[in-house]
Design a binder for this molecule. Structure first.
Ligand code: ADP
Ligand code: ADP
Ligand code: ZN
Ligand code: ZN
Length: 768
């Protein structure tokens, strides 16, 4: 049997009708500058086609719906096994999902407690479901298994205690007629509504805010307000807020009410979400709630010595320990099963999924991975690669979209796409064993992989002063003090979980001495297809004015948020939502405007022969040429090109951009308005998802910010980037409780010599 996946005529996005043969049972790296088309081939074509075939086989009725969404543009693919995608960013995780549910460890722990737990005298055995906060049998009746309850807080209900009740001291009370009604009732109860809140007796204040009592008071007629007397019923602030949250049909009212509540751990289950009967069961003296908050590194010792236990316990413990050991190998020993998945970094979440796959026992599958090394310190990347090798050894294929050259070197095969991005990419430059890429001069990947790149020119700067950060205690940082140099570029380094992001967040809070704080993160620039590159950067305002000037219309007509000029079918979205049973909702092009978003009259207005929809369809590079005479747009376009985003289309919806693209758009938007000054720029892993050639472009911009007098701080794993920093703060030495200290601080050369530093060993060779 021929052991290749053969792709013929792939044309998804920018791919140019490519043919490529990719070996199975191998680790294949897909490389190329960002925007070259790697993901379009690996995810958009190979994975999408495997998915389509899978759904067709299990659910023929889905065929019609899938046709609306569209099959990938490819003539033929043969030899394609079923595929599993492990992507970095996949929708918003639910607050009910935890590390335990993600890894399925929770299922095993529940069985362990059900079958092998120690029950209180007289208690009956519980089913495994009774140990899950997500089932009716297990959920704490007070918080419904959420582990948190919402309660009002005085500082939120009464934000300004110097106000009187008449002037609105109780902000949580309704306004207008209902508010006036409550004030009349309070007066009727003999409470002075003109005294400042803080002057009222404590007892009265508490009663007004928290009581469950609802006395009725006769309200007498008042001039200008009420003609007849009536009985009015009192609502305390808490009762009003809780009633609104529970019963109001109005989203706006509920949103308003949420401003007055805070979530606190449930007092009944102490945050575990479990009912009391389940919490009373122990294993080796520990409740399931104890075990859920215990780091894996500790949990494994509780489960380890199983001698003497019953047969079920021995088997379950052995299975649990084997699974947890994979997590320890991957450097995730600091996590616990109860940690909410919403608090995980993308790199942590992906490693958890990879570890779970390793135990799933699948073989003959293609795993399509999106930059498995992103967000990983080189010390964490090693064990991850070992796990990938084990997946391969178990009979699977690995297709990995990757930029980290150390990972690329370990691949059996490389598919290099390029040479440029967007229109300038989309060709297969090379497909074969890694060494052969050296013979391909036009490959940017080859340039860096084989050491042909010019060294990055920079002059080391000296700090212009220091920001002293003292007594930082949060997550695993305990009373940490660190001096942050001003006017230079600092890299914060350390293994995963060492506390880098925590330090960055705390720095943001303590940055008062700077003129301005700019956080440039990888969060999406918008959550609906309505926001896009042009709207986010503000450039679209200039474009709309330009089109208004060509016609008698106002600029508003060229906004797809305004009824006048937009397509009515899709309300200016260009897409309509398609509901798929069992699948996440998805979008299909609008049948009326075919994605143009405007109505026919609006599209008749042209500038240099192009409509406004044509402009939105242009890449940044094309638009820069087209709009040279429009200074307000030209400047923004130039900065986008400088950070390597010339390939993006102006109208590209925010939902289609990668985290790295979103981050560079934010940076470019900032760069447009750079003036000399003392701003503090904080960036969390700006190089993640970038090809070494793109990292160069980004670095040049970051150094430019520092040259303009600003301070730049990056959380960073890329060693070449760290080597160009003026200062390094290395956290660690390990993750979680084994980290949280400043191991070394100084120039890259200083840090490279510190024996305790996990970074030093990798950094030293890059400074040679
Ligand atoms: P890479 O993975 O190499 O960074 P991609 O495959 O994501 O590149 O993108 C290749 C090209 O396709 C880029 O020009 C990008 O703007 C474009 N593209 C990506 N996703 C979409 C999409 N959903 N619709 C249209 N074009 C897209
Ligand atoms: P890094 O950025 O170096 O990977 P983090 O600052 O994200 O590390 O995490 C440091 C420690 O704080 C880890 O033990 C992590 O599990 C813990 N941590 C991070 N975020 C949260 C959170 N939202 N809730 C509880 N613990 C957290
Ligand atoms: Zn509870
Ligand atoms: Zn439309």
């Amino acid at each position: 049997m021929d052991n290749f996946v053969r792709v013929r005529g792939a044309g998804e996005h920018n791919l140019r009708d490519i043919d490529v043969d990719i070996p199975r049972d191998a680790m294949v790296a897909f490389t190329g500058v960002s925007g070259s088309g790697k993901s379009s081939l690996a995810f958009g074509t190979l994975y999408a086609e495997a998915q389509r075939r899978y759904f067709e086989s299990v659910a023929p009725y889905a065929r019609r719906l899938l046709q609306q969404v569209g099959a990938p543009r490819v003539r033929e693919i043969s030899g394609l096994p079923p595929a599993v995608a492990l992507q970095q960013r996949r929708g918003a995780p639910s607050s009910r999902s935890t590390v335990g549910t993600l890894t399925t460890l929770s299922n095993l722990l529940r069985m362990l407690y059900s079958r092998a737990g120690t029950y209180p005298p007289g208690a009956g055995r519980l089913e495994a479901e009774a140990f899950s906060p997500n089932t009716p049998a297990g959920a704490c009746p007070h918080c419904h298994g959420l582990g948190v309850v919402h309660d009002v807080a005085e500082d939120l209900l009464v934000p300004d205690p110097s106000l009187s009740i008449r002037d609105g001291a109780i902000a949580a009370w309704p306004g207008a007629w209902q508010g006036a009604n409550l004030r009349s009732i309070v007066t009727g109860l003999g409470i002075d509504i003109d005294k400042p809140w803080h002057k009222l007796p404590r007892k009265k204040r508490e009663w007004l805010l928290y009581t469950d009592e609802q006395p009725s008071v006769l309200i007498k007629p008042e001039r200008d307000r009420i003609d007849y007397g009536y009985m009015g019923m009192f609502w305390s602030a808490r009762k009003h807020v809780m009633h609104t949250l529970a019963d109001s049909k109005s989203e706006r009212m509920r949103d308003r009410a949420l401003r007055f509540v805070r979530s606190v751990p449930c007092p009944d289950c102490h945050g575990s979400g479990l009912r009391p009967e389940a919490l009373a069961v122990t294993f080796r003296g520990r409740s399931l709630a104890d075990v859920n908050t215990m780091p894996f590194s500790e949990l494994v010792t509780v489960l380890q010595p199983v001698a003497g236990a019953g047969e079920a316990a021995v088997r379950l413990c052995a299975d649990l320990v084997a699974r947890i050991e994979v997590l320890l190998d991957l450097g995730l020993g600091y996590l616990s099963t109860g940690r909410s998945s919403t608090t995980l970094s993308p790199g942590e979440a992906q490693r958890l999924r990879i570890a779970t796959q390793l135990r799933s026992g699948l073989f003959g599958v293609v795993y399509v991975l999106d930059e498995p090394s992103a967000g990983l310190h080189p010390a964490d990347a090693e064990p991850l690669l070992d796990v990938l090798d084990r997946l391969k050894a178990a009979g699977n294929s690995l297709f990995v979209v990757e930029h980290d050259l150390d990972v690329v070197r370990r691949a059996d095969w490389i598919v290099d796409i390029g040479p440029g991005a967007g229109e300038a990419g989309g060709r297969v430059l090379y497909s074969g064993p890694v060494a052969g890429l050296e013979q391909v001069p036009e490959s940017a990947t080859g340039t860096y992989l084989f050491g042909r790149a010019e060294p990055f020119e920079h002059v080391t700067r000296t700090p212009q002063g220091w920001l002293h950060l003292g007594g930082i205690s949060r997550h695993n940082l305990r009373d940490v003090s660190v001096d942050l140099p001003r006017g230079v570029l600092t890299a914060v380094t350390g293994v995963s979980g060492s506390g880098k992001s925590t330090l960055l967040a705390e720095t943001a809070l303590l940055s008062g001495e700077f003129d301005r704080l700019v956080l440039v993160d990888q969060q999406p620039i918008g959550r609906t297809p309505r926001s896009n590159l042009a709207t986010y950067t503000g450039m679209f305002d200039a474009v709309r004015k330009l089109y208004a000037a060509q016609s008698g219309y106002s600029a508003g007509r060229f906004s797809f948020n305004v009824a006048e000029g937009r397509c009515e079918t899709c309300q200016g979205e260009g897409f309509v939502a398609v509901e798929l049973l069992f699948l996440p909702g998805t979008y299909a092009p609008c049948p009326s405007c075919h994605g143009k978003r405007y109505n026919a009259e609006t599209l008749e207005v042209t500038y240099r022969g192009r409509s406004i929809a044509d402009v939105l369809a242009m890449s940044v590079d094309e638009a820069a040429a087209f709009l040279t005479d429009v200074p307000a747009a030209a400047r923004g376009l130039a900065t986008l090109r400088e950070v390597g985003l010339g390939y993006l289309r102006l109208g590209q919806p925010a939902t289609e951009l990668s985290g790295g693209e979103a981050q560079r758009i934010k940076l470019a938007t900032e760069l447009q308005r750079v003036r000399r000054g003392h701003a503090l720029y904080l960036l969390d892993e700006p190089t993640a998802g970038l090809h070494p050639a793109d990292i160069r472009l980004l670095l040049r911009q970051l150094h430019r910010l520092v040259d303009a007098g600003n301070t730049v701080v990056l959380v960073e794993h890329d060693l070449d980037t760290i080597a160009t920093a003026d200062w390094v703060i290395d956290l660690g030495p390990g993750g979680g409780d084994a980290g949280g200290r400043v191991v070394a601080a100084g120039t890259p050369a200083d840090v490279a010599q510190v024996a305790d530093s996990a970074t030093a060993r990798f950094l030293a060779p890059r400074l040679a």
